[in-house]
Design a protein around this ligand. Structure first.
Ligand code: P61
Length: 460
């Protein structure tokens, strides 16, 4: 008798969007014109788009129906109150300030909380988060456990913080120089790796001792909660919804890019428990985003987000979402392709250093590999290595991250298992010819978040 069953998507398809097939010759021209930067391709030049899971989700029929219920009043839109209810119900934070996306919330919070000369510890950097911390006068300090920097380590919770390192930092700099500790669920740059509840609880106890608040980057909190349910003792029988709430309850404020977990194409928010910070944020949002009841969003966007939040914490949804990522990851592992282990929740991260050992990090292996995969099949991936890591804010030298990765990011509810098969076949065929992959030279570099617009030429 069969005792287990495969997961399958808990939805069926009602509307389709055609994909564009190109020839290898065309793709070689397109990527050259794009300066070997996948961010600079036009989406019509792409077949399967695994650049990002940000704003690329398929909305449900309930969300599309909700778009028709947009209350586009300048002030006091009904949809704002629905969003506020959803945030109270599923996340528990007291006060809401909507923003156009995650970085809008990071901007406002960093400006309010960080003073010149402060240090902001976090479980690995994220590009926009760190930049806003730096622009506000702070210095980011990485306190993630060392296993997170090792693609081969199979630690189940690579998003955990090294609490000894944090306590040493607090003692060295003084608690008054640390405005908050920044915690991401899951950790994007580490390969979509979760933080454990045990570590978060211990972090809570430690920071409480010094009166330091915790700010939660909750962009992929439901995915993190699912990994806790699957892998942490004591959580097997809890619903993802309950675990999400428990995570939020251990933190003081949150920034959210709703374009990921919350299943919308645009949107974000800042949520806080402290009334004074809320008042400041509500005042600042009118300068940079929009009135405090829309923050740069249309009423319909807030309504779709409220529903997306409720759908995102469903066990069936998240099992299929992460299941699809695992499916692709296992295929690549079986083919011997070096990827970050354990397989992350929002994408499969190829270890470009191991994939292309003949290239130095200064020859941009991950950037080269992303371009090569595109040339092979029209699959678009993203560099997450030396280009993304940018330059040291003081010395101006290139940062050299341990992790030199290509991210195959899976949009939510968009592609099928057959698409995943095509992606795996393409990566495998590039792997078989890996010796022929050439490095790149950077020929244009913008000042901020250079990876978005930098241009390259092929070496040799
Ligand atoms: C992504 F190449 N992520 O993963 P916003 N926190 C976290 C994120 O993942 C995140 C934001 C805050 C993107 C989009 C993106 O270097 C890049 O709504 C954990 O995008 O403003 C966004 O949220 C910011 C891609 C952002 C990048 C920055 O694809």
């Amino acid at each position: 008798m069969q005792t287990s069953r495969s997961w399958a998507e808990p939805y069926k398809i009602k509307m389709v969007e055609p994909l564009f097939i190109t020839t290898r010759e065309e793709r070689e021209t397109y990527i050259k014109e794009a300066g070997y930067n996948t961010f600079l391709l036009r989406s019509r030049q792409v077949y399967i788009d695994l650049l990002t899971d940000s704003g690329t989700s398929a909305m449900s029929d309930r969300q599309w129906a909700a778009m028709m219920m947009g209350d586009e009043a300048y002030a006091g839109s009904e949809n704002f109150y629905h969003l506020e209810e959803a945030i109270h119900k599923y996340y528990g934070y007291k006060y809401l300030v909507p923003t156009h996306q995650g970085r809008g919330a990071e901007h406002i919070l960093s400006k309010i909380m960080i003073k010149d000369g402060d240090f902001v510890p976090g479980n690995m950097y994220f590009t926009t988060t760190r930049l806003h911390q730096e622009l506000a006068g702070g210095t980011f300090v990485d306190i993630i456990i060392k296993e997170a920097h090792d693609p081969e380590s199979t630690h189940l919770f690579k998003g955990d913080c090294d609490l000894q390192r944090l306590e040493d930092l607090i003692k060295e700099k003084g608690a008054d120089k640390i405005p908050y500790v920044s915690i991401a669920t899951t950790v994007n740059m580490a390969g979509g790796q979760p933080i454990s509840m045990a570590n978060l609880k211990a972090l809570r106890a430690l920071t409480a001792k010094y009166g330091i608040p915790i700010v939660h980057d909750m962009t992929r909190v439901a995915e993190n909660a699912y990994m806790i349910q699957q892998n942490e003792k004591g959580y097997q029988d809890k619903a993802v919804k309950q675990i999400v709430r428990e995570i939020c309850d251990l933190t003081d404020a949150a920034t959210m890019s709703a374009k990921k977990d919350a299943l919308v194409n645009i949107g974000g928010f800042l949520a806080v428990n402290d009334e004074e910070i809320f008042n400041q944020a509500r005042n600042m949002v009118v300068i940079y985003e929009g009135l405090h009841t829309y923050g740069g969003l249309a009423g319909r966007d807030m309504e779709a987000m409220a529903i997306g939040i409720s759908e995102s914490v469903s066990d069936d949804h998240i099992r299929a979402r992460v299941g699809q990522v695992l499916y692709l990851g296992k295929k690549l592992l079986n083919a011997g392709v070096p990827i970050v282990k354990p397989i992350g929740t929002h994408g499969v991260f190829i270890d470009a250093k191991k994939f292309l050992p003949h290239l130095t990090q200064e020859q941009f292996p991950a950037q080269s590999l992303a371009a090569e995969i595109y040339e092979d099949s029209g699959v678009r991936a993203m560099e997450r290595g030396i280009v993304s890591a940018g330059r040291d804010k003081i010395t101006g030298e290139n940062n050299h991250p341990e992790l030199e990765l290509v991210r195959l990011t899976i949009p939510r509810r968009v592609y099928t298992q057959a698409h995943m098969d095509v992606v795996a076949e393409s990566v495998q065929s590039v792997y078989n010819e890996r010796d022929k992959v050439k490095g790149l030279k950077m020929i244009y570099e913008p000042e901020y978040l250079r990876f978005f617009q930098a241009r390259f030429e092929k070496l040799g």
